[in-house]
Design a protein around this ligand. Structure first.
Ligand SMILES: C[S@@+](CC[C@H](N)C(=O)[O-])C[C@H]1O[C@@H](n2cnc3c(N)ncnc32)[C@H](O)[C@@H]1O
Length: 231
């Protein structure tokens, strides 16, 4: 298991400054992802879904929602939370490798690409290309550009906190992130950054027709979302 997966494998990740931040974060991304669900019958897959506390909001707009999470404790808590939800299922990253060809209308991988090596990203793009329907859509969201990523993320978090009633918790949360394993892992394992051109090339190499969305999904508009149709 990669170190970043272990970093995220807490019941409540330190990346969220408090429960309000976590819940507003997941509500905003579920609302944004919902706008890409093309029909109420759509089969949707959310890869690296994290705590996904607003998954029902996304499921409401779709026929079925499959949550894929590599971190075992986060996955167990998702499975328990959504055990009785009629449209939501939860599987591991390994199980995702066995999903049938051309079975999803929409595949989303949001805020995960930065934790993957280039080879891991290419492998996952290959998986998504195989399991998306020919008229489906793959969304790679929250792609981190190479310059000013950390100050931009801190500023975006403070603004998000100010707009949603957790500004001081965001200040405290930033300090907590700085003393957590985040910086050590950033130095030792690294984070992957992409320019728009570099990500576009990778997506084209994986046999997609990528297009950068006007807005990134979520609150940080310095980051990028790519909409990818099978080529
Ligand atoms: C910042 S969270 C994103 C959660 C959610 N998609 C969101 O946008 O809030 C990063 C996620 O990436 C997953 N992750 C990190 N490294 C991974 C890897 N090598 N393979 C699969 N998932 C990975 C973690 O388990 C975690 O759920």
């Amino acid at each position: 298991m990669s170190d970043w997966i272990s970093f995220y494998d807490f019941k409540h990740s330190v990346i969220y400054v408090n429960a309000r931040h976590r819940d507003v974060h997941y509500r905003v991304i579920a609302e944004d992802i919902r706008t890409y669900v093309a029909s109420p019958e759509a089969h949707v897959l959310d890869y690296g879904c994290g705590e996904a506390t607003s998954a029902p909001l996304l499921a409401e707009a779709a026929g079925a929602l499959l949550l894929v999470e590599a971190a075992p404790n986060v996955r167990a808590s998702l499975a328990a939370r959504y055990a009785s939800h009629p449209k939501i299922a939860v599987i591991s990253a390994d199980e995702a490798n066995d999903l049938p060809d051309q079975s999803f209308d929409l595949i989303v991988m949001h805020s995960v690409a930065q934790y993957l090596s280039a080879a891991e990203l290419d492998r996952l793009l290959g998986l998504f290309r195989r399991i998306v329907k020919p008229d489906g859509l793959v969304i790679v969201g929250d792609v981190v550009p190479p310059h000013w990523a950390a100050p931009a993320a801190a500023l975006a978090l403070l603004r998000f906190g100010a707009a949603n009633g957790f500004f001081w918790a965001a200040v405290g949360g930033l300090i907590r992130i700085f003393v957590s394993d985040y910086l050590r892992l950033k130095k030792t394992v690294g984070l992957s950054h992409y320019t728009e051109a570099a990500m576009t090339e990778r997506l084209k190499a994986a046999k997609f027709r990528p297009e950068r969305a006007k807005r990134n999904i979520g609150h940080n508009q310095q980051r990028m979302t790519f909409l990818c149709r099978p080529a």
